[in-house]
Design a protein around this ligand. Structure first.
Ligand code: SF4
Ligand code: MG
Length: 328
């Protein structure tokens, strides 16, 4: 089983003033297999978005990918020319962002934007593209598609705009869809609809999905596999059920404890004390050591390696240096 995407030893650093280096993504490796939904989870500032933008090669100065390989099927993306990479974006990998308004152009109608994309990638005539665009809008559940196609982004609700983004993403049959916090800006009731739509489109168009979220609730519902990121590194990775049932890393545990629990009205804020350290100023040793309730001496001395504790279950934590057991 060949992965759709293989990221190996990726490092994306930002060269700030005063010789400071922000290690936003610091040596991460993972694969995504055909049809899989993989969640990338962590608080904001943990490196999730930079990972996605690195795959898309949308990293701007002072940021730079300084190490690693990114294989899409058999193509090494980091070796492609800018022109070839532009073709990959949209055709093979599509991305949906948190705020669709930033990705949609306010001065063009919805129809203009979708047909432009279809014409560019699919070589359709103007009238063919318009027919296809209406069809796509219907596919993603837009009512009155024949009218909406001539409307402007600001005339639509946030949920509708995100549906448009999904329509644009699937318009070129990508093999991989990357969704970065696709529902964070939406009302709670709309969030589930959009996630359900993405799951449905994933099946229908046989895509793999990299779902970036800070919400483990979303993960439990939609992801096959989870990677938890902290301080620019993967700290735990496992199939979803395993990760939720047999949580190993103190950070993952903290994220789970901060989930709203329907049964009890507990004070869930501050389940993880303190803040994510800035990427130019990680603590020495384990990057979670400044917030970890289990911190030991050796945690501040060396950063643990990511080790495979059980089949498919990877953890980066000194608690498991000698095998170790589950946290509780
Ligand atoms: Fe906590 Fe130490 Fe494990 Fe880091 S290595 S997560 S500080 S126990
Ligand atoms: Mg982000």
């Amino acid at each position: 089983n060949q992965p759709v995407l293989n990221v190996d030893s990726l490092k994306t650093y930002f060269y700030l003033d005063q010789d400071q280096v922000a290690k936003a993504v610091d040596d991460i490796s993972f694969s995504i297999y055909p049809g899989e939904t993989v969640a990338l989870v962590g608080e904001s500032g943990s490196g999730k978005s930079i990972t996605a933008l690195s795959i898309m090669q949308l990293i701007n100065k002072p940021g730079r990918i300084i190490n690693g390989t990114i294989l899409m099927n058999d193509t090494e993306l980091l070796k492609l020319s800018a022109k070839k990479m532009t073709k990959i974006r949209g055709n093979d990998i599509a991305m949906i962002f948190q705020e669709p308004m930033t990705a949609l152009n306010p001065v063009y109608t919805i129809g203009n934007q979708i047909t432009e994309m279809l014409r560019k990638h699919k070589n359709l005539s103007k009238s063919e593209a318009r027919i296809k665009a209406v069809e796509l809008l219907k596919t993603v559940g837009i009512p009155r598609a024949e009218e909406v196609i001539d409307e402007y982004p600001h005339q639509l609700s946030g949920g509708m705009r995100q549906r448009i983004m999904i329509a644009m993403a699937i318009s070129c049959d990508p093999t991989l869809l990357i969704a970065d916090e696709p529902t964070t800006a939406l009302d709670v009731t709309i969030q589930a609809q959009i996630l359900d739509l993405m799951a449905e489109m994933k099946e229908k168009f046989q895509m793999a999905l990299l779902l970036i979220t800070h919400d483990l609730g979303v993960v439990s519902e939609y992801a096959d596999r989870v990677m938890v990121m902290y301080g620019g590194q993967i700290v735990e990775q496992a199939p979803t059920k395993k990760l939720l049932r047999d949580t190993k890393h103190p950070y993952t545990k903290g994220l789970l404890d901060s989930l709203p629990n329907l049964d009890e009205e507990v004070d869930r804020l501050g389940a993880i004390k303190g803040a994510v350290p800035p990427a130019h100023d990680f603590p020495s040793g384990c990057r979670f050591s400044t917030r970890c309730p289990f911190v030991m001496d050796k945690c501040t001395q060396s950063n643990p390696e990511l080790q495979e504790l059980e089949k498919d279950h990877f953890v980066r934590c000194h608690l498991y240096d000698n095998g170790g057991d589950t946290l509780d």
